[in-house]
Design a protein around this ligand. Structure first.
Ligand code: SAH
Ligand code: DHB
Ligand code: MG
Length: 222
């Protein structure tokens, strides 16, 4: 389902009053566009939700899987204390380069570390470093691997940590058990893992807005 003018108008109204883009966020989107990156960042209201969740949680360490141009990274990193840390994993060297510039311009380069490579390679490398548990994990990369990313998130977090998975609705196809789209299958596997894992308590919420019909899952590590 594509979006509607009404959803755009309401999102614009909410963003204007609740989640206005500042210079660094606008520049990040501008440079993303100029470099030809896809326009699939979280929206301002979604970025603000991520930031609020991180703040409510008192997150000091954040792991992001899927950086793109660093737009969601900037929203999340701004929730961190001065000695906080955000590691963002990105497959594409080009995306990582654009993101690194955007993050530096936002003054967040001391807090943020962008690591390049397929996340299923960089996650085990990260685990080998025995990092302190991440307080929040934002999963927003290749959807086919969503369940693998939830499993890695479980290994890299501890009781009370928050795991958020973006784009779980897949145009409604997430409800289709027969579909063979790898993104749908990966997302269904993630939802069913969250629902069945003894160390996870989660939910999923459908949304509409300037990105159309979408949704996210949220889980707490028990
Ligand atoms: N979180 C970003 C959007 C991420 S878009 C935001 O809201 O601003 C998804 C990103 O995941 C893309 O940049 C894509 O290159 C990256 N990606 C795709 N497959 C990946 C993989 N296997 N490992 C890590 N990143 C991957
Ligand atoms: C896509 C990826 C995203 O992370 C997103 O928020 C929207 C779309 C995509 O790959 O099409
Ligand atoms: Mg996304």
């Amino acid at each position: 389902m594509s979006g509607s003018q009404l959803w755009d108008d309401v999102d614009d109204y909410f963003s204007t009053h609740l989640a206005p883009d500042d210079e660094a966020l606008l520049a990040a989107l501008r440079d993303s566009e100029a470099a030809g990156l896809p326009r699939i960042s979280v929206t301002p209201t979604q970025g603000k939700l991520l930031q609020l969740l991180a703040q409510i949680h008192g997150a000091r360490t954040i792991l992001e899987i899927g950086t793109l141009a660093g737009y969601s990274t900037i929203w999340l990193a701004r929730a961190l204390p001065a000695d906080g840390r955000l590691i963002s994993l990105e497959y594409s060297p080009k995306h990582a380069e654009v993101a690194t510039r955007n993050i530096a311009r936002a003054g967040l380069d001391k807090l943020v570390d962008v690591r390049v490579g397929p996340a299923l390679d960089t996650l085990p490398q990260l685990a080998d470093e025995n990092p302190p548990p991440f307080d929040l994990v934002f999963i927003d990369a290749d959807k086919a691997n969503n369940a693998h990313y939830v499993e890695w998130a479980l290994r890299l977090t501890s009781a009370g940590s928050l795991i958020i998975v973006d784009n779980v609705v897949r145009g409604g196809r997430v409800a289709d058990a027969a579909g063979d789209d790898p993104d749908v299958r990966g997302t269904r596997a993630a939802i069913e893992l969250i629902g069945s894992h003894p160390r996870l308590s989660g939910t999923a919420i459908q949304t509409v807005g300037s990105k159309g019909y979408d949704g996210f899952a949220l889980a707490r590590v028990v």
